[in-house]
Design a protein around this ligand. Structure first.
Ligand code: GRF
Length: 220
């Protein structure tokens, strides 16, 4: 039997994306195993989720390290000691150094709650609401040297409504995050992702029914 893809998941907070990955693995929808979860925050609810599902997890607190490089070097050592093949950033609130990226070239995925390249960085639901966009969404991409700039694997679009606040929009986006992250990881596990410059091709993509959406609807 083929070995399962070994994931190292980096978290800082609540971990609903981590939970979705765990659930998809347990349900047999994602052919991977979580070798280690690393949290830079000892209070992260993600750690409780790991305990609930017998997923190995450790805390590596960035404040215990004198520099970003030292912190990242330690992360690399831990991930390598668990033979991690794909690093999955799931709400990890630290920026990775060049040496970390070099240690896992095109083997680090991130999820971002906006339709990149719009609204990179933090507080992105507020950015989207303040801008007045009619659609937002989420993006799974490979990490590169920039903030939320790497090659895009999959995006999901959600509508933005007049009565939305940050919380409602974030919840609508999160629902989609939980679907697309596991799918991107599954494609990676199946060796179907081919990076060509900025583009990520999905090998064997059969297309499907992808339609334009309008908000407000054209029927108005
Ligand atoms: C998600 O919105 C993710 O896109 C962003 O941080 C949030 C993490 O949420 N990078 P959770 O910890 O997975 O619930």
């Amino acid at each position: 039997m083929k070995n399962k893809l070994k994931l190292g998941v980096l978290v800082s907070g609540g971990g609903s994306n981590l939970q979705a990955i765990i659930d998809n693995i347990e349900a047999g929808r994602l052919d991977a195993q979580i070798s280690i979860v690393i949290s830079n925050n000892a209070d992260a609810f993600s750690l409780q989720r790991c305990r609930n599902h017998n997923v190995p997890a450790i805390v590596v607190d960035h404040r215990d390290y004198t520099s970003r490089n030292d912190f990242d070097r330690h992360l690399i050592d831990v991930l390598r000691s668990y033979d991690v093949e794909l690093v999955v950033m799931a709400g990890f609130m630290r920026i990775l150094t060049k040496s970390f990226l070099a240690a896992f070239p095109m083997r680090i995925m991130n999820i971002h709650p906006a339709l990149l390249p719009a609204f990179p960085g933090l507080h992105v639901q507020k950015q989207a609401l303040d801008y007045g966009v009619r659609f937002s969404g989420c993006t799974v991409h490979f990490a590169d040297g920039g903030v939320d700039t790497g090659p895009i694997i999959i995006q999901a679009v959600v509508p933005v409504f007049d009565e939305d606040n940050e919380e409602r929009l974030a919840a609508r986006i999160l629902q989609e995050e939980h679907k697309i992250y596991s799918r991107a990881i599954q494609w990676y596990a199946e060796n179907r992702l081919e990076v060509q410059g900025r583009k990520v091709l999905l090998k064997g993509n059969r297309g499907g029914d992808i339609r334009a959406q309008h908000n407000p609807p054209l029927s108005e």
